[in-house]
Design a protein around this ligand. Sequence first.
Ligand SMILES: NC(=O)c1ccc[n+]([C@@H]2O[C@H](COP(=O)([O-])OP(=O)(O)OC[C@H]3O[C@@H](n4cnc5c(N)ncnc54)[C@H](OP(=O)(O)O)[C@@H]3O)[C@@H](O)[C@H]2O)c1
Length: 333
Amino acid sequence: MLNQQLRIKRLPVGVPVPEDFELATATVPDIASGDVLVRTHWLSLDPYVRALLSGRHFLKMPGPGDVMPAKGVAEVIASRNDVFNVGDLLVMETGMQRYAVSQAADAWKLHPGHQPASTALGILGVPGMTAYFGLGDVARLQPGERVLVSSAAGPVGSMVGQIARLRGAKAIGIAGSAEKCAWVVKQARFEACIDYKREDVAARLRELAPDGVDVFFDNTGGELQREVIMGRHLAMNARVILCGMVTQYNLDTPPPGPNLGALMGCRGRILPLIVYDYEHRREEFLREALAWHGEGRLAWREDIAEGLPNAAEAFCRLMRGENFGKSLVRVGT
Ligand SMILES: NC(=O)c1ccc[n+]([C@@H]2O[C@H](COP(=O)([O-])OP(=O)(O)OC[C@H]3O[C@@H](n4cnc5c(N)ncnc54)[C@H](OP(=O)(O)O)[C@@H]3O)[C@@H](O)[C@H]2O)c1
């Protein structure tokens, strides 16, 4: 049986280009005791993979010739595994390829409420969990508080604002186009959204949150982080959740650090968030998030590339910030 794979041709320098990757065919290996053979239906494109490709992530750095790392929604088509059977739909690390053989140690089964199945990689998967535990456990969000979130039209950011609203708090988003901001306000029902590429962020924040925000859920780092903290847009006892640093992932050397003295006046706290710390509590997240989804209370958007031949360009679009919604590859037949 032949496999189709997206492999790393050379490690990207700066913003990745499609030529950093290549499509390849390979024979699917036989499965050994404990293995499953899966066929991928959906593959996830994620900003952290760019950090992996620079060796700036705690997961193992891949190299030229390796299959591009990716989580997928995959169907078991052969099994010598005690836990998973033929026909099971799993979320697992598959790599960016049509078939994968694995012990499925990290795999979990989709619930009937994962409709469509691709939501298991977006709002009802790792991005949703990141928002859920980031707001609940790390920020300890209280009803009536005001949350500010960057990259608000993405799967993490859009869930941050929606969970905030469902918890009785208010959310302001920051996103990179008028179209994204319109979706954030109309579909995801944030109270407001600032188009940071066209609007004066400082002036808009002073107008929308004159007393500052209680939680700044930071998905980007960079200039927006500097403005929110140093520009004194934090309320007393604010919490800054360090979730993502997408403005740095394409840089070869990290920028010099800011002076965070402004945190002293407002007694603000910066708190790191790593979603993997909450892996053992996925069912708790799913119970609540699947119920919200089943009741039609969550908006979400997907940015779908059709087939593995389009996966490299889709990853590059994601890393140029041009995706709108959860970035996915539909593997197809
Ligand atoms: N801490 C954790 O455990 C954890 C877990 C999952 C994800 N994350 C992080 O959460 C963040 C959001 O992830 P996501 O999966 O929801 O993806 P995402 O929001 O779709 O991420 C891509 C978006 O980032 C924004 N962006 C801002 N500056 C950018 C730049 N310089 N280059 C490229 N894009 C830029 C763009 O939106 P705009 O047009 O709005 O700028 C782009 O559409 C990422 O930083 C990710 O690494 C962290």
